[in-house]
Design a protein around this ligand. Sequence first.
Ligand code: PRP
Length: 180
Amino acid sequence: MTSHPDLERTLVTTDAIQARVAELAQQIDQAYAGADNLLLVGILRGAFIFMADLTRALAVTHAVDFMALTSYGKSTASGEVRIVMDLREPIENRHVLLVEDIVDRGHTLNYLHRLLRDRQPASLRTCVMVRKERPDVGVPVDYLGFTIPDVWVVGYGLDYADRYRTLPYIAELKASVYRK
Ligand code: PRP
């Protein structure tokens, strides 16, 4: 059940998100137990809420940084992505974990993965809260929260026209809202 009138249904509840964040943090703690230079890279804007939860759930020592991207024409097939804000420091020889709120068509994560891999980090992995069920999208996701249907979703960092980002759950937006 959802309490917001613009929402069709809840896809991932607050409790499920919080439990999954704890599980992902445990997996990441184990995987990077020996690493002393882990860097979490959050992709603005959507990932800021997931990043805040994940970083506080981790026991392993790590630093955080952010990149901001924008995509030209979400509705076009090209999916061209542009950097608005880059990392502060080189990542050569660092263990880098990319943190994203969602993989939709996969353009953003594919672009970032190529870009950061070329900067020669010691390792490069990805952690994504939700991924849409789309058979055509091949992107490397190492730590995944949930797979969700291919519908318009909001909440937990995800927006529609800059709204709904701060909802603590992930929900499907009513078509009547985005078709207005
Ligand atoms: C969203 C989301 C991802 C990207 C995923 O960002 O935060 O970064 O789209 O889509 P893709 O897999 O099709 O590339 P958006 O461009 O909406 O910007 P925002 O995070 O600032 O809202």
